[in-house]
Every structure is written in C-alpha cells, then in structure tokens.
Design a protein around this ligand. Structure first.
Ligand SMILES: [Zn+2]
Ligand SMILES: [Zn+2]
Length: 157
C-alpha cells in the first residue's frame, strides 16, 4: 500500500469532486515492470467524484520506464500512460489507489519493446549486439516471414 495514494472520502462527500495530483516515488512500485524497472516517479492525476452511491476515481498514471529491448536486451527508456479507474462505496472511510495504479502500469507494458525500430538484435552465433558492430557472421534467412515484404527485392546471388 502506498500512503500517498490513499484518500479519505470526507471531502468528496462534501464537495462532490476533488482533483487528485500526486507524485509517487518509483520505489513504491518495485514489481510493476517485468524485464525492467520504472525510470522515475509515477505521476497520478485525475479526479475523485461522488456518483450515486459511489466514490469514483478516474485518471491516469504517467511516467518513464526502462525495459530490455526484445531483440538486443539493451535497457530502453520510454514513456507510459496508463488509465486508472476505481469505484468504492461513498460510505467507505477511504479510497486506496495503490493496487489499481500498479496494475495499470503492469497492463500498459507492451509485449515487445525495441530500442529502435530497426534494431538488428543479437548475433545468433556469437551473441554480440549487432547494432554496435558487425561481427561478420551471416545469419540464416528465416524460412517464413510473418510480415510480407512491401516491396519485392531482386534476389542477390
Ligand atoms: Zn535493440
Ligand atoms: Zn556474430
């Protein structure tokens, strides 16, 4: 639980609407990113509002993370933005957004992340990063490509 993300509901009950704008140190979400880590604090912005018998939070968690490139394993920094929504009965003592924020960051993580769109990956022979140097090893062409080439290339012998 992250204290900074726990809000009493008294003010929401009185005013019907409370703006939320907090920054949480990344250390409070140690396991939010698989194969990587958060690269800075998590900014949580949104609003708490009184809707019927509920207190509803709607907003976003934003920040930066560092995740290993799927191809060459180089830690790659990028920005994320994750929608956060939570509803609790208005008569609750408080609303705790910590779990919801952590979950939203977990779900925002893409299946694949690349250090650059044309990352060459690691050499399958010597495991060197082929973006940094051409080790000279020839890679076997994949038999089947999942993505067809847009422009046909003439075969080179
Ligand atoms: Zn890469
Ligand atoms: Zn090689």
């Amino acid at each position: 639980m992250t204290e900074r993300l726990v809000f009493p509901l008294t003010e929401v009950k009185e005013k019907g609407f409370v703006a939320v704008d907090v920054v949480v140190p990344e250390g409070e979400f140690p396991e939010a990113v698989a194969d990587g880590e958060l690269a800075g604090p998590v900014s949580v912005k949104g609003s708490l509002s009184h809707q019927d018998d509920s207190a509803v939070f709607e907003g976003f968690a934003r920040g930066r993370w560092r995740i290993e490139c799927t191809r060459c394993l180089t830690p790659t920094e990028g920005a994320y933005e994750a929608a956060v929504e939570l509803e609790v009965p208005i008569d609750s003592e408080k609303i705790d957004l910590s779990d919801e924020v952590r979950q939203s960051i977990v779900l925002a993580q893409p299946m694949k992340i690349y250090c650059k769109p044309d990352c060459k990956g690691l050499c399958v022979v010597c495991r060197k990063n082929r973006n940094l140097a051409d080790c000279g090893h020839k890679l076997p062409e994949p038999e089947t490509s999942t993505r067809p080439r847009l422009t046909p290339r003439p075969d080179k012998g």
